[in-house]
Write a protein that binds this ligand. Structure first.
Ligand SMILES: *[C@@H]1O[C@H](CO)[C@@H](O)[C@H](O)[C@H]1NC(C)=O
Ligand SMILES: *[C@@H]1O[C@H](CO)[C@@H](O)[C@H](O)[C@H]1NC(C)=O
Ligand SMILES: *[C@@H]1O[C@H](CO)[C@@H](O)[C@H](O)[C@H]1NC(C)=O
Ligand SMILES: *[C@@H]1O[C@H](CO)[C@@H](O)[C@H](O)[C@H]1NC(C)=O
Ligand SMILES: *[C@@H]1O[C@H](CO)[C@@H](O)[C@H](O)[C@H]1NC(C)=O
Ligand SMILES: *[C@@H]1O[C@H](CO)[C@@H](O)[C@H](O)[C@H]1NC(C)=O
Ligand SMILES: *[C@@H]1O[C@H](CO)[C@@H](O)[C@H](O)[C@H]1NC(C)=O
Length: 815
């Protein structure tokens, strides 16, 4: 601040008529004189030190080195008014140097300096005492000392000093003090608000700034805001804001305004007094972008509370904001997007923005070069579209989805995250989803899937999960190389990311080639691992695991020992026994190539005739088989060359390549037979019974429970393995089979002819099929009764249907 020349010259001048006894002495001598018993000498010595120190920092440090500080601190309490005054002046000047300040901190001088603030003291004493404190008060300990020694009351009093230097120093000390909580609360209790507001009228900008900054700190306290309101603080701020000569104060004034509006009680009162209307007008009129953007930031801050949003909405803040979206200045537009974002928490506001044409305006901003603006605009869009279908369509109609897809290639993670979030929301509408996909969204999501930013991952995986319900999108994801990064994200330990990834995987798994591909990348193993972990497992991971298993029934049966009636087994299905959790499940080809061993054989299902051999491994690399609806699998395969019977027991050479499954002509015949004899039957029970007998006959006929141990199935299977030179045995070749073999054959035939049953594995080679049937006699009230679950006997009285949970059924299922 322009220091006033007046006092500077006046004060020392008073003494110049007296001869200076210290003149011409060295500084060292002058310092010694500070211990003189003569008051005259002391006056002169202090004055000389002041004059010397004022010339520069070097002088201050040298006087410090000569030991001036201790005597000066002593002299500021001298009885002689003149000595006291000059000592304070010397000390004040000295303290502006940081070395001196540090030395001073050790001298416990603060109480004496505070003494000098009393109104009895000369204004010059006030000036230099406050100068000294201003310098000390940046230090935390000193601040506490000033507060504890009751420094605040006299300092607040001095805010009204006629001397601007005293005012400036005092407000500076107070500003430093209010950085700490206790002082912040104390200011209004000590009546500090009126003098602070008075300082806003000061002619000195530095004083006005300090006053505003102090107000900004103290108005974070609720009681202070009440005092502030009682003193018409808000109106005084608005006066500053409206005064174009004071535009340098606007930014700080707006911060205080934002504090005033932050609690709803203040907000209501200010609103009632017309303050809000005045604020809106102010936002739209001024020309300086910085002020405008600060004003909008103020609105965004105010809009953090839901009650305030309601009032802002009533005040039609949306209209002002929509207008500001089309100004030229980027920072204003950015701040406006942030305010739109904040207001979007208020549901009615979202509609207002749309009605006022705000949505195309925000979409337009996505084309801007500024990355910060793009980020704010994408954030606003994600909030505007969140649970608001009409806004979703408005973004779509403005072409926003197309630009948002492009944003996915951007470098700012938050923009990518926001764009993915918005696209995910929009894709909930089918029409929009198709359009989003047509603009290459899936391709664009592949890179973000490799991001290390959690928000990006959360939002892109979520978006992907929505898009992937479209079969084309899944195929596209696969061809764009997106499946591998998606599957890799199963390693994520972030809960939300993992949930979304699991969701996306389970959606993608409905497409078999996609599922196969994901298995290739280890999805199944990772999901099993997740399923083993109590912390990571969730309903999402289970869903993903089951979805994947549903496209890989061999693995499903191996892991879960259960196939539902909706799980239709097809050629290439194999039963390799129960897998232990975590055990890697080998493919049929791998199993076929193992040397013959002592374990139970792997039973494989292959109903296809030679010409139509179905090799799963070839299918994997052959995606065009798009969405496999389960229904297709029910259609029995066309059989050609049934008569062209080949030697069944002739083993395929294991070295033959490419590997293919062994034909199973016996099974082909069984399927044919089943169709011929069962499909014509009208009664469902009869159908299951006949089929059961067919299975039983194929595998050695009825076996009495008591004679089970005599039934030579183990030997038979060993012989088959030996003959085939393989551990893999086609099911049709089995002539002596027990529960597990018969149940599998039954399931296979049932699925081939379009009926339905489950396949359940029990302990000790037990396995059985459950069928659902309406119980024989419809109840008397005419309504058909509930369907009942039956276990099909394939072993002892083939064709019997054992009602589930009866002792007969339990006996069949267990040893
Ligand atoms: C006080 O206000 C200033 C700005 O004037 C700000 O930088 C500072 O963080 C505030 N202090 C506290 C403790 O709020
Ligand atoms: C804004 O500034 C422009 C040029 O600087 C001026 O022509 C215009 O009148 C100003 N508008 C207001 C409302 O001050
Ligand atoms: C706005 O966005 C934030 C962060 O993205 C979110 O937490 C909030 O729920 C959204 N609000 C609305 C109303 O959509
Ligand atoms: C999307 O990401 C943003 C961060 O950029 C986050 O605040 C927001 O909550 C996310 N949105 C959704 C819908 O998850
Ligand atoms: C089934 O899962 C196994 C084990 O992960 C895998 O090797 C095989 O390729 C999968 N087959 C299909 C058709 O998904
Ligand atoms: C997943 O883990 C649970 C709890 O261990 C288990 O009951 C369930 O069978 C597992 N699911 C699959 C498909 O392995
Ligand atoms: C058999 O009984 C168990 C418990 O007693 C029950 O949970 C199960 O649903 C029953 N099964 C059938 C098929 O009724």
């Amino acid at each position: 601040m322009g220091k006033k020349v007046k006092k500077e010259s006046e004060t020392p001048c008073k003494e110049t008529f007296e001869p200076l006894p210290v003149e011409g002495k060295t500084p060292a001598t002058v310092v010694l004189l500070l211990s003189s018993p003569e008051e005259d000498i002391l006056v002169k010595a202090c004055e000389a030190i002041h004059a010397f120190a004022e010339k520069g920092d070097e002088n201050k440090v040298s006087v410090l080195g000569l030991g001036a500080l201790a005597p000066l601190c002593h002299l500021i309490n001298h009885n002689n008014k003149l000595v006291r005054r000059n000592a304070v002046m010397a000390l004040g000047i000295m303290a502006t140097n940081s070395d001196v300040k540090n030395a001073l901190k050790k001298l416990d001088v603060i109480p004496s300096i505070i003494d000098k603030l009393s109104l009895e003291e000369d204004v010059v004493v006030h000036e230099f005492a406050t100068l000294c404190l201003a310098s000390l008060s940046v230090d935390f300990i000193c601040k506490v000392q000033i507060f504890d020694n009751k420094g605040l009351p006299p300092l607040i009093q001095l805010l009204s000093s006629p001397d601007p230097d005293v005012q400036k120093n005092s407000i500076e000390i107070i500003f430093n003090l209010v950085q700490d909580y206790q002082s912040r609360l104390a200011v209004h209790e000590l009546g500090g608000i009126p003098p602070l507001l008075e300082l806003l009228k000061s002619d000195f900008p530095v004083i006005q700034h300090l006053a505003l900054k102090t107000l900004q700190n103290v108005t974070t306290d609720k009681d202070t805001r009440i005092a502030f309101r009682d003193e018409q603080g808000f109106e005084k701020l608005m006066d500053i804001l409206s005064n174009t000569d004071l535009s340098d104060l606007n930014a700080e004034a707006l911060q205080v305004v934002a504090n005033c509006l932050s609690d709803s009680e203040s907000f209501q009162l200010i609103h009632k007094g017309g303050g809000l209307t005045r604020l809106m007008e102010f936002i739209l009129t001024p020309n300086v972008s910085e002020i405008q953007s600060n004003a909008v930031k103020c609105i965004a801050k105010v809009a953090q509370s839901s009650e305030n949003r309601k009032l802002l909405h009533e005040e039609n803040v949306e209209k002002v904001l929509v207008e500001l979206l089309s100004v030229a200045d980027v920072s204003v537009k950015t701040a406006t997007c942030q305010a739109v974002d904040a207001m979007s928490f208020h549901l009615a506001s979202k509609d207002s923005f749309r009605d006022l044409g705000g949505i195309p305006a925000v979409v337009q901003l996505l084309n801007d070069e500024s990355l910060v603006l793009k980020e704010a605009a994408t954030q606003a869009l994600s909030n505007l579209t969140h649970s608001n279908q009409l806004n979703t369509f408005a973004v779509y109609e403005a072409g926003g989805h197309e630009i948002l897809v492009q944003q996915l290639y951007g470098s700012c993670p938050r923009t990518v995250a926001n764009s993915a979030a918005t696209l995910g929301i929009m894709a909930g509408q089918e029409v929009i989803r198709c359009s989003i996909l047509s603009h290459g969204a899936v391709q664009a999501l592949v890179e973000p899937l490799k991001s290390t930013n959690t928000q990006v991952l959360v939002n892109t995986t979520q978006c992907l999960a929505v898009l992937a319900c479209d079969a084309e999108a899944r195929a596209e994801l696969q061809s764009a190389g997106g499946l591998q990064p998606l599957v890799n994200l199963l390693h994520s330990y972030h809960k939300e990311v993992l949930h979304n990834v699991c969701l996306a995987i389970s959606v993608c798994a409905s497409n078999e080639p996609t599922a196969v591909e994901m298995c290739k990348f280890g999805a199944l193993e990772m999901l099993q691992e997740i399923n083993q972990s109590v912390n990571r497992r969730s309903s999402f991971s289970e869903l993903a695991l089951i979805s994947l298993l549903n496209s890989n029934l061999s693995v499903k049966y191996s892991l879960t020992s259960h196939l539902a009636s909706s799980d239709i087994i097809s050629d290439g299905f194999y039963d390799a026994g129960k897998a232990r959790p975590g055990q890697k499940i080998l493919t049929l080809e791998e199993l076929s190539k193992q040397p013959v061993n002592q374990h139970q054989p792997i039973i494989v299902v292959n109903t296809a005739a030679e010409e139509a051999v179905d090799v799963p491994e070839e299918r994997q690399s052959n995606p065009p088989e798009t969405d496999t609806s389960k229904g297709d699998c029910r259609t029995p395969r066309k059989k050609k060359g049934d008569d062209k019977q080949k030697d069944e027991t002739q083993p395929e050479s294991p070295t033959e390549k490419p590997w293919k499954m062994m034909d199973d002509v016996s099974l082909q015949l069984l399927v044919k037979e089943a169709k011929k004899s069962i499909l014509p039957l009208s009664d469902e029970r009869g159908q299951y019974a006949v089929l059961a007998r067919l299975v039983s006959e194929a595998m050695g006929g009825a076996v009495e429970m008591e004679k089970l141990h005599e039934f030579p199935w183990v030997l038979h299977l060993s012989e088959l393995k030996f003959q085939l030179q393989s551990n893999v045995v086609p099911i049709g070749l089995i002539r002596r089979g027990i529960y597990c073999h018969r149940a599998l054959l039954f399931k296979c035939l049932v699925d081939s002819i379009g009926m339905s049953c489950t396949l359940v594995r029990g302990e000790y080679n037990r396995a059985w099929n459950e069928v659902l049937l309406l119980s024989g006699n419809p109840s008397s009230n005419g309504r058909s009764s509930q369907p009942c679950c039956y276990i099909v006997d394939l072993m002892h009285q083939p064709g019997s249907l054992l009602k589930a949970n009866t002792s007969a059924a339990v006996q069949y299922q267990t040893i």
